[in-house]
Design a protein around this ligand. Structure first.
Ligand code: ASP
Length: 588
């Protein structure tokens, strides 16, 4: 028989008079000598337990107990008197009067308070995550993640998707990042790799005839750590046969709309999700994952100032550069200090400076004296500036303009509070190039993954101008975060081999590394496409969560280290020898 029959957090006025068996942790304890009040916490919430000396055994156990001890209590629920009602607690209308109280486990004083949200050092939280997760607000995100994942699963089951697990000890299949390697003991000197994604496996499942597959897949990328990148993450990995990009996008858009409506009703800003062409997206936002909660798109003012004799513009154009502007509504009166700050932001993106024109009653601009009135009017007209607006301009090489103005737009978005946390701005980005040139390595590489298909009309370009081939690729962006993407794949061997050849893989290397998929494509591969959608990123964007740690049950630090287990760790020399490995001397 279970030690409890009721959750603490479930108790309500309707339970008045009922006898219940509870078990949980001592969240708070107030010992008044006579009466002892214990807030007992379990996975559903907290209830107040009142122990009086009338039940001496129970009272003695409660007197002895301390915070975080584990207690089992059998008692009677009673309504609180009017003056002790606590509207702040969900169970605040009642309390429990025990007949018995048993200590199930004692506890040391925890390294940080569980019952208050004190500022605790992150490292300590992660190290004692099993205590951190006792805090209801920490556990809530893990439960919320469960709800979202459950929703996704049920949605896809209803659409006839088959959930299939694929192995995590596979062969190294480069997908852009570094693989985590696992040495083989059975065959010393050889290695498994942990999957960066189940990409090839899901394509094989389509060749096998499953038609609609998904899984919540753990994916591993041995990357240097940045705010949004972690060694392992979960993605909704999905693949379908007999589809075009539109079909996959429609499914994902419907699913993500349903998720948003269920968990953050009314928050979607643009419906249907806007579609941005990659080139256009880069031109307007300087990045392929724009935050569309706010405007401030870049305007090319080349036509307005193309003939200007102003050195900054003339030099940029002479060097093949461009001039772009952002109009900031109503900010013509920005202080000198704020403009300096903005200029620093632009410089962080490589710009030499930030030109500006404030369209105040009197024109406010250090560059106005170098421009003709017609040029100023042309800038005003092309940016649509009204009286009171500020126009900021960067003229330089396109890559620098993109980086600098992106940084400026992002900064203003924060500064002016334009990133409304209650809004979800989804955007599709499509039209990516299939390949990009890596000058240092002298070869083409896939912009997304080597299996993405291309548009048939671009086929001749594979020979004449590979960089111009457009991929059947689609990325989904939410509030400035790329939350996933995918493509319709190459499904014949000759095309796949051709792309791999452009990426400089010799025929032998192709067979060695990609032989399985190349061979499989010769046995009747259906047209197929799918996505990999990050679960942690979705959680963070949906609920405005600052750090991936909050949605991960057992996270690592941003250094990539795990302070809880102390991993990665050294292992016994014997284990290493068994693997046929020898350690190189540690770098000095
Ligand atoms: N394999 C891709 C990724 O992990 C997703 C996909 O194209 O399906 O990003």
């Amino acid at each position: 028989m279970m030690l409890k029959d009721t959750y603490c957090g479930d108790l309500r006025a309707a339970h008045d008079g009922q006898r219940v068996r509870l078990a949980g942790w001592v969240h708070r304890r107030r010992d008044h000598g006579g009466l002892i009040f214990i807030d007992l916490r379990d996975s559903k919430g907290i209830v107040q337990v009142v122990l009086s000396p009338n039940e001496p055994a129970a009272h003695a156990a409660a007197h002895r107990s301390r915070i975080e001890w584990v207690l089992a209590i059998e008692g009677v629920v009673r309504r609180r008197s009017a003056e002790t009602l606590n509207p702040k607690m969900e169970t605040g209308e009642i309390e429990v009067v025990p007949l018995s109280c048993t200590v199930l486990a004692e506890a040391q004083t925890p390294p940080f308070y569980i019952n208050e949200s004190a500022d605790v050092e992150e490292q300590l939280r992660v190290k004692f995550r099993y205590l951190d997760l006792r805090r209801p607000e920490a556990a809530a995100w893990i439960r919320k993640r469960h709800e979202v994942v459950r929703f996704i699963r049920e949605y896809l089951y209803a659409l006839d998707f088959t959930e299939i697990e694929t192995p995590t000890l596979i062969k190294s299949t480069p997908e852009g990042a570094r693989d985590f390697l696992v040495p083989s003991r059975m065959r010393p000197g050889t290695f498994f790799a942990l999957p960066q994604s189940p990409q090839i496996l899901k394509q094989l499942l389509m060749v096998a005839g499953f038609e609609k597959y998904f899984q919540l897949a753990r994916c591993y990328r041995d990357e240097d750590f940045r705010a949004n990148r972690v060694a392992e993450h979960t993605q909704l990995d999905l693949e379908m046969s007999f589809v075009e990009p539109e079909d996959v996008m429609a499914l994902i858009e419907a699913l993500y709309t349903a998720i948003a409506e269920k968990f953050v009703p009314g928050a979607i800003q643009w419906q249907p999700f806007p579609r941005l062409d990659y080139q256009d997206c880069m031109a307007r936002y300087g990045i392929d994952r724009p935050d569309l909660r706010y405007g401030l798109a870049f305007v090319d003012i080349g036509a307005a100032v193309g003939d200007s004799s102003f050195q900054v513009f003339a030099n940029a154009f002479a060097a093949g550069g461009e001039a772009k502007a952002i109009r900031i509504p109503g900010k013509a009166d920005m202080t000198r200090k704020e403009i300096d700050e903005l200029t620093e932001v632009a410089r962080s993106g490589g710009a030499k400076g930030l030109a500006y024109i404030g369209f105040a009653a009197e024109l406010r601009s250090p560059i106005a004296k170098f421009l003709t009135p017609d040029e100023i009017e042309a800038i005003r007209a092309s940016t649509g500036a009204q009286q009171g607006d500020l126009v900021v301009i960067v003229a330089d090489q396109p890559a620098i303009v993109a980086r600098s103005l992106f940084a400026v737009r992002d900064f203003i978005g924060d500064k002016l509070g334009l990133k409304d946390p209650s809004v979800l701005a989804f955007t599709w980005v499509t039209g990516f190039p299939l390949l990009e040139w890596h000058p240092d390595e002298g070869r083409w590489d896939a912009t997304h993954n080597p299996f993405s298909g291309f548009h048939e009309e671009d086929r001749p370009l594979l020979d004449s101008d590979p960089g111009a081939v457009i991929a059947k690729q689609y990325d989904l962006v939410l509030n400035g975060v790329e939350i996933g993407g995918g493509s319709v794949r190459i499904t014949n061997r000759a095309d796949q081999a051709k792309v791999l050849t452009l990426m400089n893989h010799s025929p032998e290397a192709q067979q060695e590394r990609f032989g399985v998929i190349l061979d499989a494509l010769e046995y009747g591969a259906p047209p197929m496409g799918g996505v990999g959608m990050g679960i942690e990123r979705l959680m963070m964007a949906l609920f405005n969560i600052g750090h991936i740690r909050d949605v991960t049950a057992f996270p690592k630090m941003s250094s990539g280290l795990d302070p809880m287990f102390g991993a990665p760790s050294e292992v016994d020399l014997a284990q290493i020898e068994e693997l046929g490995l020898r350690l190189a001397p540690a770098p000095a």
